[in-house]
Design a protein around this ligand. Sequence first.
Ligand code: GLU
Length: 438
Amino acid sequence: MENPYQDAIKQLEEARPYLDAPADMVEQLKFPKRFIRKLLSVKMDDGKIRKFPAFRSQHNDARGPFKGGIRYHPQVNEAEMKALSLWMTWKCAVVGIPFGGAKGGVVVDPKTLSSGELERLSRAYMRVFAPYFGAWKDVPAPDLNTNAQIMAWMVDEYQKIQSQKSKVKSQNDESPYAVITGKPVALGGSLGREEATGFGGSIILKLLAAKLGLKKRHATIAIQGFGNVGYWFAHFADKAGFTVVAAGDSKGAVSVPKGLNPQLTLACKEEKGKIASCYCVGSVCDLRHGKAISDDELLTLDVDVLVPAAMEGVIGIHNVQSVRAKAIIEMANGPVTEAAAVVLRKKGVVLVPDILANAGGVTASYFEWVQNLSGYYWTKTLVFERLGEIMEAAFAAVWELAQEKKVDLHTAAYILAVQRVADAMMLRGHRAEGKGNF
Ligand code: GLU
């Protein structure tokens, strides 16, 4: 697979000719400001201690505290962490929320752990990284294979550490919930955070469809990945009147030309363990009205909009020539490699980049952080209303810049984001710091 960090650097290079920023600053932006490696020691259910490599890549905090999720995956590695942390910086800048970018992860297959082991692993992560976290320093959140329960264990661990510290040093964190977002609503979480990434993506879909002249009911959508992001995207797209004709997870996909019902498909996936075993319409769940297809087939379906919503690198040089969609909305982080993006551009496929398309999640995280700091909690309607406003403004800004500079949406989003970060660095009196701190 192509290296995501090399891709992240190439994307920055593409924006460079359009930037008003000193060359050494752009050079500096290729590297995380701080990269932290730790080894977590976790007691397993059999009494043995197992070690898990764990990371936090803090890329940039010129516009506000570092921000970004923590993922649990066996393929987590340093290059991936660095790339994802750069993407978080650009994502927060594109939507104009006052955060920088970071990403964390643990090399683990969480599906092989018991709930107790998962809790001890999550608490261990927070223990070793707590000195780097804080409401005004670095604010983590969920990402691949992590969820609100994991954030609850982590915030609880953080608060324990804070209260132990305060006994000795008479110091306490004034906003102990604002250290982490994506928490359960009962523990300082925000209404709407769960749906936010998919909801934000559906706003982008509506705006894009209007620009491309796609008629809702006739516009066909294929979604790869039916986890939190893919499911909620399907839900809101369907509600808005689009036809979701295919959906898949890591074990295969279904094609349903008449359009699938996202809610029943999710219920069936949960019951049968995989989407490929189901197709649902009305109250019926079976294979009659749709057919099972492979994940690769889903990516090459002749649809209006393809929505990769799972992992990075799924559309690469190996399959890009077979992509037939008119547009791609990147709901995962980095699902289209740089080499593939170049080919898509030549083919005339419209590519809405991840840093814009999936920014709804971190925007709702920002709302959660604001609510925690102020102690005033919003209704779900207000969350969605403000999220809609931010996504619409970001899409309009990227679209206009693309027209003005005569570039594609991907490049325009990068120009907008990197320029905003560079402006903040210049206002701070930028000094070259060499190649990051490793
Ligand atoms: N993990 C999500 C992302 O990649 C959300 C990050 C956050 O809420 O901080 O955008």
